[in-house]
Design a protein around this ligand. Structure first.
Ligand SMILES: Nc1ncnc2c1ncn2[C@@H]1O[C@H](COP(=O)(O)OP(=O)(O)O)[C@@H](O)[C@H]1O
Ligand SMILES: [Mg+2]
Length: 232
């Protein structure tokens, strides 16, 4: 059985329908990429899964339970954590304070400050620095660390590489590989097709609120992905 599944998931902003009947599944321990152009509905999908956008119960199944429509805090407690686009750290709080906020209401498990600092040693060096003084890459590491502090069973990562230099993106993705190797289930949303597919077991391509293509990441068909991504 899949760890997380959506069935005919729809999402609306007022009268505007942003997602149409999304069927998605991810098994425990898998890394699944969601790729798609700007505006395709990737963030809306993640926000629907974590309960920020209200859905109906049967739309989302987590660990066998229908959880669609539960509030976001209830889903965090069940083990769904988001690394949001834009990182959303508290700017005047230090790195360590931001990480401790992630631990509020945490599940029991192996992730703690020490383990996050081992994953991203720069965060320990900068533990007493307000997060607004961090580089973009360090902020992204802190945002990942904050999500890990809740000891999630699945992490939803939205555009981790946005605005970062290639070398820094490489460091972030090395960290993700470690997290995945330790058994975490990961959904990674990216506009960068190659980066996402290199890290993932499978992918879904979104186009205008629909799944336009899905399949294994290894040996993907470049032409098919280009068509599914751009709709040409
Ligand atoms: N808060 C909002 N209110 C109204 N429309 C929105 C809102 N957020 C996103 N949208 C619209 O929903 C669609 C999907 O957006 P989004 O999920 O942010 O796409 P992506 O993350 O793939 O770039 C777009 O057409 C976008 O303009
Ligand atoms: Mg987005």
């Amino acid at each position: 059985m899949s760890l997380l599944e959506t069935c005919a998931l729809r999402a609306f902003y007022g009268d505007f329908q942003a997602l149409f009947d999304i069927d998605f599944r991810i098994d425990a321990g898998e890394t699944v990429a969601i790729i798609g152009a700007n505006g395709a509905g990737k963030t809306t999908f993640l926000r629907s899964v974590i309960g920020v956008l209200v859905g109906s119960p049967e739309m989302v199944t987590f660990d066998g339970d229908k959880v669609g429509g539960l509030p976001a805090h209830a889903l965090v407690r069940r083990g769904i954590a988001m690394v949001p686009e834009g990182r959303m750290l508290f700017p005047s709080l230090t790195v360590e304070e931001n990480l401790r906020i992630g631990a509020y209401g945490r599940r029991t498990g192996a992730w703690d400050l020490q383990r996050v600092y081992r994953l991203f040693p720069i965060l320990e060096e900068r533990r007493n620095t307000p997060s607004m003084q961090l580089s973009g890459g360090q902020q992204q590491m802190a945002a990942i660390g904050r999500a890990l502090m809740s000891n999630p069973r699945i992490m939803l990562c939205d555009e981790l590489s946005l605005g970062l230099a290639p070398i820094v993106i490489g460091q972030i993705y090395e960290g993700l590989a470690v997290i995945a190797a330790e058994g975490m289930t990961l959904i990674i949303v990216e506009q960068d097709i190659h980066r996402a597919l290199a890290a993932a077991d499978r992918f879904y391509c979104f186009q205008e609120g629909r799944v336009s293509l899905t399949g294994p990441a290894a040996g993907y068909d470049q032409a098919a992905i280009t068509a599914a991504y751009f709709g040409v």
